[in-house]
Design a protein. Sequence first.
Length: 560
Amino acid sequence: MSEMEKKPRHFIEQVIDEDLESGKYDGRVHTRFPPEPNGYLHIGHAKSICLNFGLAVQYNSYCNLRFDDTNPVREEEEYVKSIIEDVRWLGFDWEDRLYYASDYFQQLYDFACQLVESGDAYVDDQSAEEIRKTRGSLTEPGKESPYRNRSVEENLDLFKRMQSGEFPDGSRVLRAKIDMEANNMNMRDPVMYRILRATHHRTGDDWCIYPTYDWAHGLEDSIERITHSLCTLEFEDHRPLYDWYLEALDVYRPQQIEFAPLNLSYTLLSKRMLRELVEGGYVNGWDDPRMPTISGLRRRGFTPASIRDFASRVGIAKREGVADVGLLEYCLRQDLNIHAERRMAVLDPLKVVIKNYPEGESEELEAINNPENESAGKRKVPFSRELYIEREDFREDPPKKYFRLAPGREVRLRYAYFLKCEEVVKDSSGEIIELHCIYDPETKGGSAPDGRKVRGTIHWVSAQHAVSPEIRLYDRLFRSSKPGSGGGDFKADINTNSLETLKDCKLEPSLIDARAGEHFQFERVGYFFVDPLDSREGSPIFNRTVTLRDKWTKIEKSGK
């Protein structure tokens, strides 16, 4: 039995299987991913990317990358480039099938003329506000435009003059003539074209009328001979209009299928809101590692494999739900646990002096690069009389079940020796500034010849050899699992501690040569990624990608 047959089939796969069996679309499967280049893609788009391109791989078929660039006011070449980079980074390839809605502007215009000639479209002189007011509501029918019954000849003349630039912006629109009393408000004579003098990122000033998304979308699918047009649920009410346009023109008809969009806890997946964060200076750009954009996740240190795994685990459903961001972080930990090499790093250093270790001497100890991956091999780490340990790994008055270092207590130094604390040194304010300890030279490697056991193992860094690159501790951008759900401004839920910059950490000396884009697990601390933008040779900056455990579960349960 194949892998495809073993895995439970989601409803879209079931539709495709039935279509293949019946011979619909001549046994073809052809999908597309159609982003609007008006912002950066986020993790919600990643789910759609994985679905559309994943189905193409699964069925040995094709998926197009198409930019729905019908609104020049919001669209920029920067966004086009970022989207191309994001899709490639996720591991998908559209080969030679890169398209733009703007490729079809002339065809779309010709199709619109065809609807005018058949009496199915008309030019309306009402303002946008007048059209809105006469559209009706869910309980009241709309009112027909006073211009609805113009002759075909007059409509065609006016539409061509709209296209030639004879009229000012906003003075006229082209509308489909459908039904102003339709229960589905999308069918109440929707706008197809508006006059807009704005320079397009590809066509420049060639056009002064631009198609609406609803008018362009289905025809783009038809021109490209897409079989299954996969959309999120907000387009379900638009499907009758999608079909109406294709039927009215009697052209090739793909089928639109809707699936539930991704909603993620502690996260906003709205381009408008994300743009507010960027333009308001709440984050440092679209690729800020706290942002849920694909470029932000990439800079944070997320891997393509972890995001693809997450998309697979979330699955495809017809009903909306909220995925736990902890699942996304779990997928990342699973991937990095296998692939990230281990290093020792002390983020909040407390100095340790080993009184019985020879002054001026040091040695190299053997450490494992990754216990989950034997091929990663081993490395040498320097050990000397003075070390740094994490401040939280020592308690002068330890609570019950605290098994780390304390006065008179012995612990194991990772890969090194047993260490026992004999003296605590404090400054004039009473803060602990140094520990004086002794080590057992017979316990090299972390075990005692006499068989005695210690319950605690802590990491360390040689003070003589330590390096101190900048470390950025990124955390979740929002404190609330549902930002803005209380009815207020979503920005009130921003976690003001979502970024902490540390510059006095102590790291293994080899980390000073870490290259941009490398992943590491700092033992007992978390997973870190060398920032690909701000790092320089010999001066890496480490972004915390994710902690080793989900601390937020405890925070939410305790309310603190």
